[in-house]
Design a protein around this ligand. Sequence first.
Ligand code: FMN
Length: 188
Amino acid sequence: MKHLVLISSSVREGRMSDRTALFLKGYAEKRERVSAEILDLKAYGFPFFTERLAFQRNPSPELLDFTERFVRADGVIVVSPVYNASYPAALKNVIDVYVREWVRKPVGVVSVSSGKTPGIATIQQLQALLLKLGAWVVPAMYTVTQVETSFDPEERPAVREQAEAYADPLLDGLSEFMECASAPERKE
Ligand SMILES: Cc1cc2nc3c(=O)[nH]c(=O)nc-3n(C[C@H](O)[C@H](O)[C@H](O)COP(=O)(O)O)c2cc1C
């Protein structure tokens, strides 16, 4: 069974994008045979970046725990809040820690905003960054708008069928990339 990690990346008091991460975890597990877990950057509380993991002499137990979960994931979903048409510093803070670990990692990107405009710029900035790192970035996007009314605090989308239909292309793309990543190499 494939294993998914969702990075919930708002560390803000009163945040709302974690609702989408919770919904996606449950929906991904319901839809197909995958297990999923959320890595919550607020719970990890990482200090400001000082160096990449490979060059750290004494990585913290929190960072080692995060790394173990991240590395063993077959696929990653980055759930990013839209901040000034971009993504939060807490997310860049953890993305930069890894180098080799991103290579060939299937990744899908989700944006969550309170406004009416879909956070496409946020997703494209993250996709460019992750492509630079060598991740296998799923082209499909899932953008959540008006999160305060489209999701309740228990992760329930206001219109479940609609939320699931919007999330499907991203989850389909991720499944396909996970299959490719785990396929044995073709010998000519
Ligand atoms: C610093 C900051 C900048 C923001 N910029 C935007 C924005 O450009 N467009 C938008 O629709 N919402 C914007 N928002 C609102 C967030 O998208 C909103 O809080 C949403 O719930 C996702 O973030 P959260 O998980 O931290 O709550 C911004 C919020 C903050 C804190």
